[in-house]
Design a protein around this ligand. Structure first.
Ligand code: FE2
Length: 212
């Protein structure tokens, strides 16, 4: 990942994404996602538990508390606006945005964010996720997981909730983005304009759909 120091904000973002993806975050998933040692993730989780930003739902499974979620949202606001800037302003590749945004998101000031929003609009990031408001609240999106689709029905891709590189590469290589329409053949086989695509099992829980 090329990051030298991982901040509390990075941990909150990872726990948020993993919870969207599989319902909770584990230490091994957090350390894999952040490219850090399990021991470091363990130490940080204990700090987050003490600060009441994270809670344990079961042995080894963590989620954000209400305060933790609000704090994560404030950081996701910077992250998603940074992605918009890199995508619309600098035409960086869609699949690289999440990773590249990590280099600049911590330095996004209110002034820069305001300017980006004026120029490009900032309702959603290029992966379809809503940009939280300045007060830490976020627009609710009425979509559902790909694993809840019915065979034979056509849907539209709403967003990718887990912006992990294998998943983003797979989707981008198959030209599947927010707004793409896609028909369910079975839960691991989907049909696009260009033909049928086999989906690896880890992709479905990361993708949200809307009815068309
Ligand atoms: Fe994004």
């Amino acid at each position: 990942m090329g990051k030298t120091s991982i901040t509390e904000e990075d941990y909150l973002k990872s726990i948020h994404e993993l919870t969207e993806y599989e319902g909770y975050a584990t230490l091994s998933d957090i350390s894999r996602l952040l490219g850090t040692l399990r021991q470091s993730a363990y130490d940080e989780i204990n700090i987050l538990l003490q600060k009441n930003l994270v809670t344990r739902i079961e042995r080894g499974k963590y989620v954000l508390t209400e305060i933790g979620q609000k704090q994560a949202n404030l950081f996701l606001r910077k992250h998603r606006i940074a992605e918009i800037l890199l995508y619309k302003g600098l035409s960086l590749e869609w699949k690289k945005l999440d990773e590249q945004a990590m280099g600049i998101e911590h330095g996004m000031t209110e002034e820069i964010m305001e300017r980006v929003c004026e120029k490009y609009g900032c309702e959603r990031c290029p992966h379809g996720n809503p940009v939280p408001r300045g007060d830490g609240t976020v627009m609710e999106i009425d979509d559902f997981s790909m694993s809840q689709a019915s065979p034979g029905k056509t849907y539209m891709i709403s967003r990718i909730v887990y912006e992990e590189s294998f998943i983003l590469n797979f989707l981008s290589d198959n030209r599947i983005f927010p707004g793409t329409s896609i028909k369910c053949i079975s839960l691991n086989k989907w049909s696009l304009d260009r033909g049928e695509v086999e989906f690896p099992p880890q992709v479905n829980p990361a993708v949200r759909l809307i009815n068309v």
